[in-house]
Design a binder for this molecule. Structure first.
Ligand SMILES: Nc1ncnc2c1ncn2[C@@H]1O[C@H](COP(=O)(O)OP(=O)(O)O)[C@@H](O)[C@H]1O
Ligand code: SF4
Ligand SMILES: [Mg+2]
Length: 373
């Protein structure tokens, strides 16, 4: 394999927990991210999935330097960017951009779309000289399927889906190589989610992008990810190629998440087993010993409390090539098919529509957005 564009090793973010008003004393820490490793190849999409609070956004923020890691490395083309500063950091930041979860709050309501998208050129004038900016922004609007004449409108004049398109255009403005998309469709209506996912798929080819695509639901990343990492309480517990994770999961947590995804075929839906997890996610201030999933795992035994399972091909699958032989942090990993394998052409979660369609103006998309301009 060619050198990955991004390599993450032992990434940790602990937030100190303090008590006292005058004299703050550290009494513990929130282990938001607690040892995450992954790689991203050029042109690839890595989906990162896990329940709310498992540390996905914190990983995303560290990748784009909005948070400093407590420990660990983030290598971009081989260089550890957590140690960079000044000009070198600025150059790297240009190449790794983020698309945020909530298109309603992530766009400044008092700025025009043109200023929102073009703002990055103030920091990086080398990308777009002053006289060139308007044209560039209009081109970006066109690329994300919005009318270039909307350049002087304000965010409230657009629908949710259109606003996320603006967020994507802003992410593309500096022509980055990597986009970290933190739940880019979670705040959108199901009917609009597929359009935005399709748009991102098309832009990936057009702009030669590598994606980290974060979601809390496995069905959302299925159609865009090449590989998937499943996170639980600050760590990746299972990772593999798309089909390995969906059709041959070996970690109980992944199996439980899969048992909750929507299945389009009513008959298959009736026959599939729902795995209901016991209890709540433990607090990241007090992570269980051994396997961090053990307090909710129906298979937990004594060994699970004593030994931390490594994220590696489990012993039982080593030397047995096949889709179940992928990394899974479980002492008692077993293959279990939870969702029926997809037939070609199957669509899940409304992820339909042609990849190449250019301007996708559904009623929702056109609706609130076509106000006076
Ligand atoms: N600035 C912060 N200070 C303290 N705790 C934080 C901070 N940011 C996030 N956390 C905690 O870290 C954990 C992971 O949060 P987050 O990365 O936002 O999860 P996710 O994106 O998967 O929902 C949560 O328990 C959250 O409350
Ligand atoms: S190591 Fe034990 S507790 Fe953890 S997932 Fe495997 S069986 Fe469950
Ligand atoms: Mg989040």
């Amino acid at each position: 394999m060619a050198e990955p564009i991004l390599q993450v090793r032992g990434l940790v973010k602990h937030y100190p927990l303090t008590s006292g008003i005058l004299f703050k004393k550290q009494v513990g820490s929130v282990k938001a991210v607690d040892g995450v490793d992954f790689e991203l190849a050029r042109g690839e999409t890595l989906g990162i999935v896990g329940e709310s609070g498992c540390g996905k956004s914190t990983v995303a923020k560290m990748l784009v330097n909005l948070e400093k890691p407590t420990a660990g490395e983030i290598r971009y083309k081989g260089e550890d960017i957590t140690r960079l500063s000044g000009k070198a950091l600025k150059a790297v930041r240009r190449n790794i951009q983020m698309v945020f979860q909530d298109p309603y709050t992530s766009l400044n309501p008092r700025m025009t779309v043109g200023d929102i998208i073009g703002e990055a050129y103030d920091i990086h004038p080398e990308v777009a000289p002053k006289g060139d900016r308007r044209g560039r922004v209009q081109h970006l609007l066109d690329v994300v399927g919005l009318n270039p004449e909307y350049i002087n409108r304000y965010p409230h004049q657009f629908s949710g889906g259109q606003r996320q398109r603006i967020g994507i255009a802003r992410g593309l403005a500096l022509r980055p190589e990597i986009i970290v998309a933190d739940e880019p469709v979670s705040a959108l209506d199901v009917s609009v989610q597929a359009q935005v996912i399709n748009l991102m798929g098309r832009l990936q080819d057009e702009f030669d992008l590598s994606y980290i695509f974060i979601a809390h639901d496995l069905s959302i990343v299925r159609h865009i990810s090449d590989r998937v990492g499943v996170m639980y309480l600050g760590r990746i517990v299972e990772t593999g190629r798309d089909a390995e994770i969906y059709d041959h999961p070996t970690h109980p947590y992944t199996q439980a998440l899969l048992s909750a995804v929507p299945v389009p075929d009513p008959e298959a839906r009736e026959h599939r087993e729902r795995i209901i997890l016991a209890g709540d996610v433990p607090s990241p201030t007090d992570i269980p010993s051994g396997c961090r999933f053990r307090t909710r795992c129906w298979k937990a035994r004594e060994r699970c409390a004593l030994e931390v399972p490594a994220l590696a091909v489990p012993a039982g699958f080593r030397g047995v090539p096949g889709p179940a032989a992928h990394d899974s942090a479980c002492h008692f990993a077993e293959e279990k098919q939870v969702v029926p394998p997809e037939e070609p052409g199957d669509i899940a979660h409304g992820a339909s529509g042609p990849h190449g369609a250019h301007r996708e103006d559904s009623p929702e998309e056109g609706g609130q957005g076509s106000g006076p301009g």
